[in-house]
Write a protein that binds this ligand. Structure first.
Ligand code: IPD
Length: 283
């Protein structure tokens, strides 16, 4: 049988690369910043423009009504964020908006595609580094067309772990985030890191530069593409309570193996985050 999604995958790679070029160019000009859910949840005209470019380009190929689109900025403007069985594109036009605003050199375009609620492929273009990460279900993960795989470290004492602070500054949540980080640091691990983009963090797990990335408060568009890339690179995803990964739950651990994932999970102090598919969506 002909491969039904190869064309979609190829289009996603081209669209991500073109979007990244727009972001690079926009970074050379003055960036006007607005805020969304909090004063540290930033958005720029570039986020909105790039999302329009991506969805517009995808609709030229797949705009017959049979495909759905979940985009970070469209959801911020009130569109639904519900994953159905229909072929669905899940898009973060600028992952690492805060980095983009500050000139911190990790910014990614993240495009994922799901069918029957199963992620078929993910494409992450780390556009300032000019690195193209991609993976299709069952077909391996690649960076710039070279196969990538997770690290084989099983000893948590020899690991580097990534986490982020997210965009919620309520003192009780910040306290839990730092308490978790302190406990993990003191296991001890070799180091804690954070690139400022969930998509890039997952690529770092996938290519073996770090052993795990976890966060509570991320959104489906931050991690959908990365989920395929990590799995295809030989890693795994779990919920922060050790249960199955749920794309819409806003929490996840991605790791090179089960041993590392479960050791981290022992230390995570869980706090509530409203699901992406909670109705109504107001962000
Ligand atoms: C953010 C980044 C960041 C993560 C936040 C995300 P955005 O995405 O991925 O690393 O900590 O939770 O919201 O807003 O830059 O697309």
């Amino acid at each position: 049988m002909a491969d039904p999604w190869q064309n979609a995958y190829d289009v996603a790679v081209d669209v991500a690369r073109a979007a990244g070029a727009v972001i690079r160019k926009a970074g050379e000009c003055e960036i006007k910043v607005c805020t969304k859910s909090s004063t540290v949840d930033l958005v720029t005209k570039t986020d909105e423009r790039v999302e329009k470019i991506i969805i517009g380009a995808l609709k030229e190929e797949f705009g017959d009504g049979s495909h759905c689109f979940i985009g970070e900025e469209s959801v911020a403007k009130g569109e639904a964020c519900i994953l159905t069985d229909k072929p669905t594109w899940i898009i973060d036009p600028v992952d690492g908006t805060t980095n983009f605003v500050h000139g911190f050199p990790f910014v990614a375009v993240s495009i994922a595609f799901a069918v029957n609620k199963e992620l078929e492929f993910g494409v992450i273009y780390s556009c300032l580094e000019d690195k193209m990460y991609k993976a299709r279900r069952g077909k391996g993960a690649f960076c710039d067309d070279e196969p990538i795989s997770v690290s084989d470290v099983k000893d948590i004492n020899k690991s580097i772990i990534i986490s982020e602070h997210g965009t919620d500054r309520s003192p009780e949540k910040v306290k839990k985030i730092f308490s978790t980080m302190q406990k993990i640091l003191c296991i001890p691990v070799h180091g804690l890191r954070g690139s400022g983009t969930a998509a890039t963090n997952m690529c770092l797990v996938a290519c073996g530069a770090v052993e795990a990335f976890f966060e509570i408060g991320i959104h489906c568009w931050d991690i959908a593409a990365g989920a395929v890339i990590v799995r295809e690179a030989g890693g795994l995803l779990l919920d922060v309570d050790g249960g199955p990964f749920d794309l819409m739950s806003r929490r996840m651990v991605s790791a090179n193996n089960d041993t590392i994932a479960k050791r981290i999970i022992q230390e995570i102090e869980i706090f509530p985050a409203e699901r992406d598919d909670a109705v109504p969506q107001k962000k």
